[in-house]
Structures are given as C-alpha cells and as structure tokens.
Design a protein around this ligand. Structure first.
Ligand code: PLP
Length: 384
C-alpha cells in the first residue's frame, strides 16, 4: 500500500528523545523546548516563537490574544480542516463562512465585498449589519501549503480594522519570492501565525504547535497563558485564567530533529510535485492544481482535480485503495457540519464545486520515484 502521508524519521529523532528521557526532562520544561522555539523563529525569520501542545491550541491562544470576545463574529474559510474553526467557538465567538477562490484558500474579493456590503464601520470597529455583531478577526488558512492571497487580505484587514490569524499549520516553509511580502514566510504576515506538528504535517512532534506574533508583548502573554498564568511559580500566584497548552520536552526533542530536515523535506515535496505534474500532463481526466505564483510553497498536499464528468469520487477512493493506493477527498465543507449548520455564510460557490472534485494523492517525503509513477499510472488507468 502506498500511504497518503506518513512521517519521516531519517534524522536525529531517536537520539534526541533518548537524551531527553535520559536526562529526566520529559514534561513542559527542558532545553529542547527552548531550542525548538529558537530554531523555528530562526527558520521563519521572526524574533521569537512560542511552542504549544497543538496547532489547535496555537489558534485558540492567537484568537484570545486578538481580543476576540464572546458574541463577536470571526471570518473563516469553509474549505479547511475543522480545527481552524473550532477555536472561534472556544472563544465564545461565531464563525462567518467565506468562499474559496481557485487557490482553494479564502477568496479575497468576496472577503472585501462582505466587509463593504454586509457590514459597517462604527468608531473604527466593523459591525455586521444583519445581526449587529462586531466582526473582530479573520482566520486565513494556507490550504495544503498554498499561500492565500495575503496582499489583498491584509489590505482588507487594514481597511476594516480586523486582526488576522494565519493558520499556517499546513504551510510551514511556504514563503513569498516576489511582491510586497518577498521573503516572508506563511504565518509571519498577519498579526498571529499558528503552526502544527501533528503526525501528517510536513514535520511532526507526534502532536504539537507553535505561535508567532507581530507584537512581541502579545507573544509573551501567549506564553504566559499557555502555562497556567504563573505569576509566581513558587508560591502559586495566578492573576489570569490560563491553559495547559505548553509543548513537552519529549515532543520538542523530536521536533528539533525534524526541523533539521525541514528544508530537505520541502525540496522533496517540490521535486515529487514536479514529477507528478509531468506524469499527469496532457490528461483530460485530471489536472494537478498549481501553487500560487510568486511563492515557493512547501507543497504539503497535492490536489488532483478530477475533470472527467460523472466520476463517483467515493468509488474512486475505494478503487484506488483496492489497487494499493491510499487517497483522500478534500474535506467536507465546514458550514455544512452539524455544529455550523445555522452559521452565517457568504456567497459560497467555488467551495461547493471544489469539494466535489478534489482528490489528495500520496505525498510523503519518503516516496520513491517508482511509487509516484505507480500512483500516476494507476489513477489514469482507473479513470480510463
Ligand atoms: C492540522 C490542522 C490544524 C490543527 O493542528 P493540530 O496540531 O492537529 O491541532 C488546524 N488547521 C488546519 C487547516 C490543519 O490542517
């Protein structure tokens, strides 16, 4: 079976974990956590990063620090893994679901239109006219490692005084190579950026996450919130309600080893993508979606658009599985999930279409050239 996406431990993972356990530092203190934070900050070119328990925790901490309050509205995509949306609810706010564009990321034109037409500014805050609720933030997801249109989105956010949380959980390593944000990494453009080291991400710590922020004081506050708000750790003084969201040293030991391989993994993902691209070239049945121009993407997941009419996508996944290839359909739309059935949506059209025709194909960093050829040949054969 060629799996969809599995972790790759070719480096110093076992060595560092053995070291962490040997030293007895297994919990939320230890040198690997500091190292992980420093190396991450260095990699994405920011002054500081704060390690936490998961990408979801990173998003929750970011939204709280944004000042998202109970009964606020937060603009989110409907094409995403649901973990980008749930923290809005943890914060007591409600999501407004936005459509995607052809990059599968949030449609910046519709975002602007929603703010302009459905909302109004009062005392430099944005309010949704139909519900009277304050709109306080946007969660932008860089879907499958593809950079969202941050130039447009940041312009809109500035115009309407909205905070921007970048869900860069799938996009560690993706950066602009030209334009206004040349050299900037996904996650470092908005007010806050969240990364994930879950098992299927480009690098993993088993489970874990990281937060970066524009304002270093706010980032300090996030670190404080993530460790139970200890004002005096010796005598148990806590001046705020905190969370147990800190990464452990064992996770960080794996993470430091994985970070050493990250740039190599990004290269392999790119190389494998190019090979797939050439193998699917000229097919009428499928088309491999591109990544944004003017960026170097981590190409975390490959999206194959099935263009042949009348294909039963569920059957396709089963047929490929029967022939030894694990694939997956793009997520079901979040605004159609039970907890969000009654949420506000804005002109969702493209998301509907893409949710019915995108297949994710094997993309692990340890795929061989033969594996890739087998996947491409089998997909084309099954769709003949
Ligand atoms: C993986 C993922 C998350 C959550 O990360 P965890 O570390 O699993 O909590 C959030 N958003 C998106 C888009 C993801 O793919």
């Amino acid at each position: 079976m060629i799996p969809l996406s599995i972790p790759n431990f070719e480096g110093n993972e076992l060595k560092y974990v053995t070291d962490a356990v040997g030293q007895g530092w297994v919990s939320t203190g230890g040198a690997y956590i500091t190292q992980m934070e420093e190396k991450m900050a260095e990699y994405v070119k920011v002054p500081k990063a704060v390690a936490c328990q998961s990408g979801t925790a990173a998003l929750h901490l970011s939204l709280m620090e944004c000042g998202v309050e109970r009964d606020d509205l937060v603009i989110v995509p409907t094409v995403t893994f649901i973990a980008a949306v749930n923290p809005v609810v943890y914060s007591g706010a409600e999501p407004v679901f936005m459509d995607c564009d052809d990059s599968l990321c949030m449609d910046p034109v519709k975002l602007e239109a929603f703010c302009k037409e459905e909302c109004e500014m009062k005392d430099s805050e944005l309010f949704h006219k139909a519900t009277g609720k304050r709109v306080s933030a946007i969660v932008v997801v860089h879907v499958f490692g593809n950079m969202a249109d941050m130039e447009s989105i940041m312009d809109t956010a500035a115009r309407y005084n909205l905070k921007v949380v970048e869900d860069a959980t799938e996009a560690l390593g993706t950066r602009y190579t030209s334009g206004k944000y040349e050299g900037k990494f996904a996650g470092t453009i908005g007010d806050f950026g969240a990364y994930s080291y879950n098992g299927n991400k480009i690098i993993t710590t088993g489970g874990g996450g990281m937060v970066v922020a524009k304002d270093q004081k706010q980032l300090e506050h996030i670190a404080y919130k993530s460790t139970q708000c200890k004002d005096d750790p010796l005598f148990y003084v806590h001046n705020e309600v905190g969370y147990n969201y800190r990464m452990t040293n064992v996770q960080a030991a794996i993470g430091v080893a994985q970070l050493e391989c990250l740039e190599e993994f990004v290269e392999r993902k790119n190389k494998n993508y190019d090979l797939y691209k050439s193998l699917f070239e000229g097919s009428d049945a499928v088309e491999l979606l591109e990544f944004r121009e003017g960026t170097y993407s981590n190409k975390w997941f490959y999206s194959l658009e099935v263009k042949k009419p009348g294909v039963d996508m569920h059957q396709l996944v089963h047929d490929l599985s029967d022939r030894g290839i694990q694939t997956r359909l793009i997520w079901a739309l979040i605004h159609e999930q039970k907890p969000f059935e009654d949420s506000i949506t804005y002109k969702i059209e493209k998301a509907d279409r893409y949710s019915k025709c995108i297949l994710n194909i094997p993309c692990s960093t340890n795929l061989s050239e033969d594996d890739i050829r087998t996947v491409a040949e089998t997909v084309l054969d099954v769709l003949k």
